[in-house]
Write a protein that binds this ligand. Structure first.
Ligand code: AMP
Length: 416
């Protein structure tokens, strides 16, 4: 039997409603704040992610689905949404729009990760980006919008951690300081951390082995090294979050898996999730647009995982689909009756009713049973082309009508 590839899943009809609820909240919450939806292609030039996300990141090193397009170009299934949105911003000259440009998306992304609960190889993210403003209000507002979305979805046990990464230059100097510190304590570190000291020393803060943890407890912190304007920006973001009554923890070791961040970074987790507790996160990327070939333009964004939101949110009772009418025939041998039934169902839908045609050649008795099962309000039983019995399923009352009068009778019965 052929099965879905490892780390992927099918969205079955019964799963669609909760996803629609999330889309609705995102549309409402982000739409009200002036964000407009954008969709970019599922694959992009590999170079976009290598340049945008960063060569040294786990995503680019290990997790990209890249392939040759047959013409010698390397393409990659998008592992994240920010670089593609910035690519589109540049490509479509959106710098000519009144700033800031506020965009949101709900798309699927691809990462060759080890699948587990809440971690897939194809997953969906709802994301928001604001391009063209570096004010602290932008950062705080964006964070508040994600908090609102998670609250609207009923995500349980959320926590927010924030930090500032400053500028790449500050980070470069800090990186050297941290690397020297790690080198000085090399013997106490785990093999994995030691192997990555030069490639990505910040990752040492993520390590869980006791030796590395003890070393990291005394490590220098980037938050203590920020340039004064970055420190001031961060202080203002925090003051705004305080004003909005959004609780957060300052986490000087917050490491995000993408290289393009500057200044504010943040992450929401949920205690209702297991090991994969990250629900959504993001940060500022003031250098990214320039790095991708555009004019120097500040930006900030977040992305939240749809699967994790749904895992951490309560199940809601899902209303059954509404069926106004099931159309069937009394005599399965009559071609005229089948034709008339086809026309009734078609015209009923044109008149705005949810109407289904009996398609499997069920006997009248089992068609009525089926009508019960799908909770149809009426069943039209076409006797011949001319005459139709209309049965009201709630009262069991049945009327004989001219076939052409069936739809009007239902609309009247609905009080329409
Ligand atoms: P990131 O783009 O890595 O910052 O991730 C943002 C959010 O996307 C995370 O907090 C998760 O909710 C979700 N996410 C990231 N990777 C995966 C994955 N492999 N499977 C499911 N959700 C993911």
């Amino acid at each position: 039997m052929i099965q879905a590839p490892k780390g992927t899943y099918d969205v079955l009809p019964q799963d669609v409603e909760r996803r629609r609820v999330l889309t609705g909240h995102a549309e409402h919450i982000l739409g009200a704040a002036g964000y407009r939806r954008i969709e970019t292609p599922s694959f992009e030039s590999t170079e976009l992610f290598a340049r945008g996300v960063g060569e040294a990141t786990d995503i680019v090193q290990k997790e990209m689905y890249s392939f040759d397009d047959g013409g010698g170009r390397s393409l990659t299934l998008r592992p994240e949404g920010t670089a593609p949105v910035c690519r589109a911003y540049i490509e479509h000259g959106m710098h000519k729009l009144p700033p800031p440009v506020k965009l949101w998306y709900l798309s699927s992304f691809f990462r060759a990760e080890n699948p587990q609960k809440g971690r897939y190889r194809q997953f969906w993210q709802v994301g928001a980006e604001v391009i063209g403003s570096d004010s602290p209000e932008t950062d705080a507002e964006l964070i508040v919008l994600l908090a609102e979305l998670l609250e609207a979805m009923g995500v349980k046990g959320t926590r927010l951690r924030i930090a500032s990464l400053g500028q790449p230059e500050t980070r470069g100097a800090y990186r050297e300081e941290l690397t020297a510190y790690l080198r000085a304590h090399e013997d106490e570190l785990s093999d994995e951390v030691r192997a990555r000291i030069d490639l990505n020393p910040m990752r040492a803060f993520d390590a869980s082995d006791p030796g590395t943890k003890a070393v990291m407890a005394g490590a220098p912190l980037l938050l203590d090294r920020l340039a004064s304007d970055d420190a001031e920006h961060f202080a203002q973001v925090r003051a705004l979050l305080d004003t909005a009554d959004v609780g957060y923890e300052l986490d000087p070791t917050l490491v995000r898996g993408l290289d393009y961040y500057t200044r504010t970074v943040f992450e929401f987790t949920s205690d209702a999730l297991g090991a994969q507790s990250g629900v959504g996160g993001g940060g500022r990327y003031d250098r990214l647009i320039e790095q991708l070939g555009g004019q120097s333009t500040p930006g900030i964004g977040w992305a939240a995982g749809l699967e994790r939101i749904l895992l951490a949110a309560p199940e809601q009772p899902v209303a059954a689909d509404l069926v106004d009418l099931l159309v069937t025939v009394a005599d399965r041998e009559s071609r005229e009756a089948h034709q008339a039934a086809f026309v009734i169902a078609h015209e009923a839908r044109r008149a705005g009713l949810a109407a289904q045609l009996e398609l499997t050649g069920r006997s009248l008795k089992s068609a009525l049973k089926h009508a019960d099962r799908i909770q149809a309000r009426y069943v039209a039983i076409v006797n011949d082309g001319e005459q139709t019995s209309l049965k009201d399923m709630s009262s069991s009352e049945q009327k004989e009508l001219a076939t052409g009068a069936v739809i009007a009778a239902i609309l009247r019965g609905h009080g329409l």
